[in-house]
Structure formats: structure tokens, C-alpha cells
Design a protein around this ligand. Structure first.
Ligand code: ZN
Length: 180
């Protein structure tokens, strides 16, 4: 039974979710958010992902690159799953996917196919949609997709507060600016 360190408190005032995350979990999620910000700077929607093996090794990272590639399925979680090397593929069983934003139904299904044991996401899809409208929206949440499968995958989130929405606010502000 792992205990949450007493100093591992959430900066976002979400004690229920914070209790399920270790300091290492939070560091991986912070990296996913850093990737999200970096890909936003490249003109993409700000989603980042870090796939971490059960023993703690980072297997792959991913980012949304749909604007750059023109591929609408170029999502961060899918990018990370595809980036895992053949040698590392067995280590995906029981791995954790840290995603800055809640995985969409496509990515949630891909994560079930990949065999991960846990999904931790920062920001809920409806909260993102409220800030950046105009993309497809699904009533199916990540947890709905996972629970509709026969896989056992723990879904934890949302665990980020306003810092998770900040890149989307920047995106929305950019969209509101007239083209130059
Ligand atoms: Zn997706």
C-alpha cells in the first residue's frame, strides 16, 4: 500500500484527485503539460502526453500535431502509443498514460487496445470545450469508453486546475485575434 507523502498537496484545491497521485505522477503530468504548451507554440492544439511503464521508465511522449501534419487523428495519446518501440511494447501493459487533456473517445479506445493500466489526465474535455469551442464534442467521456470495454484501466482525472486550461485560454485568445 503506497502512502501519499504529506507534502504532496494539490495546488489546485482538488483534494480527492490529489490523494491518488504521487509526486512522481505529478511530475509526469507537468511534463505532459509542458509538451502541450510546446506544441501550441508550433500552432497545434495544446495536448501533450507521457507514457510511463509500471517500473517508472518513460516509454514515449506524444503531442497533438494535427495542424502541422494535416492529420486530424494526430492526437497526443495516439502519437505516444505509436512512438513506443517494438522492444518496449510489452512494457505498455500496466503502464500509465499521463495526458494533459482528457483523452477523446478515439484515444481512449487506442489506450484500451494498447493495454495501459492507468490513464491520468489533467483537464476535463467539457472544460476545454467551454474555453475553445468549435471542435467535435462527444458525450462519451474517457471513462465511459474504458468502462464499455472488458479491460481494467483506472481513469484518474481531472487533476489539474486552472494551469491546465491556461494553454487553451491562450489558444482562444489567439483565435480571437484577426489574422495578420
Ligand atoms: Zn484523441
Amino acid at each position: 500500500m503506497s502512502a501519499t507523502p504529506p507534502d504532496d498537496t494539490s495546488a489546485t484545491g482538488r483534494p480527492a484527485a490529489a490523494g491518488t497521485l504521487s509526486a512522481t505522477d505529478r511530475a509526469h503530468l507537468a511534463e505532459a503539460l509542458r509538451i502541450a504548451r510546446a506544441t501550441l507554440a508550433d500552432g497545434n492544439r495544446p495536448f501533450g502526453a507521457v507514457l510511463v511503464a509500471a517500473e517508472g521508465r518513460v516509454l514515449a511522449t506524444g503531442r497533438n500535431a494535427a495542424a502541422q501534419t494535416g492529420d486530424p487523428t494526430s492526437h497526443a495519446e495516439l502519437d505516444a502509443v505509436r512512438a513506443v518501440t517494438a522492444a518496449d511494447r510489452p512494457a505498455v501493459a500496466g503502464a500509465t498514460m499521463f495526458a494533459s487533456g482528457e483523452p477523446c473517445p478515439m484515444c481512449a479506445a487506442a489506450l484500451v487496445w494498447s493495454g495501459v493500466g492507468r490513464i491520468v489526465f489533467g483537464t476535463a474535455a467539457p472544460d476545454i470545450r467551454a474555453v475553445v469551442p468549435g471542435s467535435p464534442s462527444f458525450t462519451l467521456r474517457c471513462d465511459d469508453v474504458v468502462r464499455a470495454s472488458d479491460a481494467t484501466v483506472a481513469v484518474v482525472g481531472p487533476v489539474l486546475g486552472d494551469e491546465g486550461l491556461a494553454p487553451f485560454r491562450e489558444l482562444a485568445a489567439g483565435l480571437a485575434r484577426p489574422p495578420r
